[in-house]
Ligand binder design. Structure first.
Ligand code: SF4
Length: 169
């Protein structure tokens, strides 16, 4: 880079699928990226890389995840997959071999590292300028927020709608 070049802010697009647990994971990932100076942008075209947080619960959720991954690849090209369907990396790569990285649920550090690999954070980022709210990035409306009090579940209660995904964690 020449001395006249202005460093640009790295930009991330993010698609969050699945349940409130996945939404909390998305909030954690986005909070970390924002603290490192990444800008979160609303369109595929404006993003340097797109992260898709997937759901792997039932077949229709998996199909939606694969569809969104395909859309992100078509519209942007640089796609990192994370979340519950990430445990099925082979199935994802069978359909979308060009994904740059696949990580599973709660693998916050791994997905942030994958973003660093594709679009490094700015070395001159000043965290005092890009202040992140103390509660972190929230994706819910202003009047409520989710608080995740456990990671997955070791039980298989018959009444629980997400017991299958809990069992896979
Ligand atoms: S697989 Fe289960 S825990 Fe994961 S996003 Fe889907 S519903 Fe939520």
């Amino acid at each position: 880079m020449s001395t006249t070049d202005t460093p640009t802010t790295p930009k991330v697009g993010f698609v969050s699928l699945g349940c409130p647990k996945a939404l909390v994971d998305s909030e954690r990932i986005l909070t970390q990226l924002r603290m490192e100076g990444y800008e979160v942008v609303p369109t595929y075209q404006d993003a340097d890389v797109v992260v898709v947080n997937t759901c792997g619960f039932i077949d229709s959720a998996k199909a939606e995840s694969l569809e969104v991954i395909g859309e992100a690849i078509k519209e942007n090209g640089k796609v990192i997959v994370t979340g519950c369907m990430g445990v099925e990396e082979g199935n994802i790569r069978d359909v979308h071999p060009s994904v740059l990285a696949v990580t599973g649920p709660q693998q916050y550090e791994q997905v942030v590292s994958a973003v660093h690999e594709v679009v490094p954070p700015r070395q001159d980022h000043n965290p005092l300028i890009d202040l992140v709210p103390p509660q972190g990035v929230k994706l819910t409306p202003r009047h409520y927020a989710y608080l995740k009090i456990s990671e997955g579940c070791n039980h298989s209660c018959s009444f629980c709608i997400i017991r299958r995904c809990a069992a896979s964690w």
